[in-house]
Design a protein around this ligand. Structure first.
Ligand code: URP
Ligand code: ZN
Ligand code: ZN
Ligand code: ZN
Length: 462
């Protein structure tokens, strides 16, 4: 048992002084002022600290096979890095091979994730349409705890689907009480621009943002929302990076649609300038999709978060080391797309959001944990501080600072996007289902201690 003593509890709704007793079953057993210390209980001092629900990162790609290589971060190292930054759960993506049945792919991912040291769940990607896919979607929702399906409108000749496939999948998800998620960029237009740029001899990483203009994200987001309206299915747009997409989501919500939007802290911090300059590797290390944008888009993303039109923050944590990025020397379309971020998400959002005065503490909890738990039907098991909820907690020092470096991070990747930044707001201790797994600078994690968390289907309307 662990007693978290003397802290200020902050949730998405409340702020109060209380102790929290975490039971041996991994759940919160009691909350109250000055709780008695049961025999054999470890006391964790949270004096002067905030105690918040552990972070939920609803968008990661651990050990993902992608663009001819495999993401360097595995489920063990990735969840360990998350714990070091206060994130206690992830939702990763099952990506079926070309003709692989969805349920087989799900079993592959369950096997891979068996080494995780924090809790995890899965979205499953739909990359084609046939009867088997339709049947497997039902199996996944009804028997396997999957309530969200992923769709890529980009990555032509790989993961991309067309509108009819998207509609079939949306219709099926609606029948099953599942949610659709989408990577919204017009992949046909991206492929066209990539070809043009290469034909003109523009082959370095600076071509990456040129091939993926903001308008193509706006168009795809509007189209995805239109299709979701036809299929009457809730839609969650991952990694929203533009004003156009933010406005499309806000307009749909005002029209009464159930549409959600996710923001990556990376898009809040870095702009298109990262692709300039002559350092090939520095630019390639920022190659992700959607790319980093002009500064004006960042203001729209902040506005979307502050107003609640965009609800969650995730990292899209997808790591490639130098040798992997270098696959794209001479052809930017071969640079594996993806950047790291899981360890630093909470500090970055605190520093640039709360410490800068844009966000309240409660909004921070909502955006790093509670909203994702609600949207993906994990609440109040996760995302809450309540008796019976999982004892996933972060003891947070709002004033402490930390300098970020690849030399000291726990992520299994050879660079850190935030290298050298000094951030205010630090996860001092992390408790994962009742175990103290991160204490100041010390990780104490067990390979395989993470648990698969199934997520029930949503109640169907009408
Ligand atoms: O560049 C990215 N984002 N790589 C991971 C796959 C995806 O699109 O989310
Ligand atoms: Zn199953
Ligand atoms: Zn994506
Ligand atoms: Zn992703």
């Amino acid at each position: 048992m662990i007693l978290v003593r003397g802290g200020t509890v902050v949730t998405a709704e409340q702020r109060y002084r209380a102790d929290i007793l975490c039971g041996d079953d991994g759940q919160i057993a009691a909350i109250g002022p000055q709780l008695e210390i049961p025999g054999g209980c470890t006391v964790v001092d949270a004096g002067g600290m905030l105690v918040m629900p552990g972070g939920i990162d609803p968008h990661t790609h651990m050990e993902m096979p992608f663009m001819g290589t495999t993401a360097s971060e595995d489920f063990f190292t990735g969840t360990a890095a998350g714990l070091a930054g206060g994130t206690t759960s992830i939702i990763d993506f099952v990506i079926p091979d070309r003709d692989q049945p969805l349920h087989d792919a799900y079993l592959d991912w369950r096997f891979r994730a068996g080494k995780a040291c924090a809790d995890y769940g899965f979205h499953v990607a739909v990359t084609r349409w046939d009867e088997r896919v339709s049947r497997d979607m039902a199996l996944l929702v009804e028997k396997c705890g999957v309530n969200s399906f992923k769709h890529f409108m980009a990555y032509k000749n790989a993961l991309m689907i067309d509108d009819p496939v998207f509609l079939h999948s949306m219709q099926r998800a609606a029948e099953l009480g599942a949610l659709c998620t989408v990577h919204a960029e017009n992949g046909e237009a991206v492929a066209f621009l990539q070809e043009n740029l290469l034909a003109q001899g523009v082959s370095g990483p600076q071509a990456h943002p040129l091939s993926r203009p903001a308008a193509l994200e706006g168009e795809a987001t509007r189209r995805a929302i239109t299709l979701a309206g036809l299929a009457h299915v809730p839609l969650y747009v991952v990694h929203v990076s533009t004003r156009e997409a933010t406005e499309a989501i806000a307009a749909a919500r005002l029209a009464g649609m159930e549409i959600y939007g996710e923001v990556l802290p990376q898009h809040l911090v870095f702009d298109a300038g990262v692709y300039e300059g002559s350092d090939w590797l520095a630019a390639a290390r920022h190659v992700m999709s959607p790319p980093f944008r002009e500064k004006a888009h960042q203001e729209a993303l902040w506005g979307g978060l502050v107003s609640g039109q965009l609800q969650t923050t995730a990292t899209d944590h997808c790591c490639f080391c130098r040798g992997q990025k270098e696959r794209g020397i001479g052809d930017f379309t071969r640079i594996p797309n993806g950047v790291p971020g899981i360890e630093d998400r909470m500090s970055v959002l605190w520093h640039f959001g709360v410490a800068s005065g844009r966000l309240s503490e409660a909004q921070f909890v909502a955006m790093t944990s509670t909203n994702a738990a609600r949207i993906f039907n994990l609440y109040p098991l996760k995302g809450a501080i309540a008796v019976g909820s999982d004892a996933d907690l972060v003891v947070w020092d709002p004033c402490a600072t930390r300098r970020i470096s690849a030399a000291t991070h726990h992520q299994n990747v050879d660079y850190n996007l935030y290298e050298g930044m000094e951030l205010t707001g630090v996860a001092m201790k992390t408790i994962s289902r009742g175990k103290l797994v991160w204490d100041d600078t010390k990780l104490d994690v067990l390979r395989g201690a993470g648990r698969y968390v199934g997520r029930p289907a949503f109640r169907r309307k009408g």
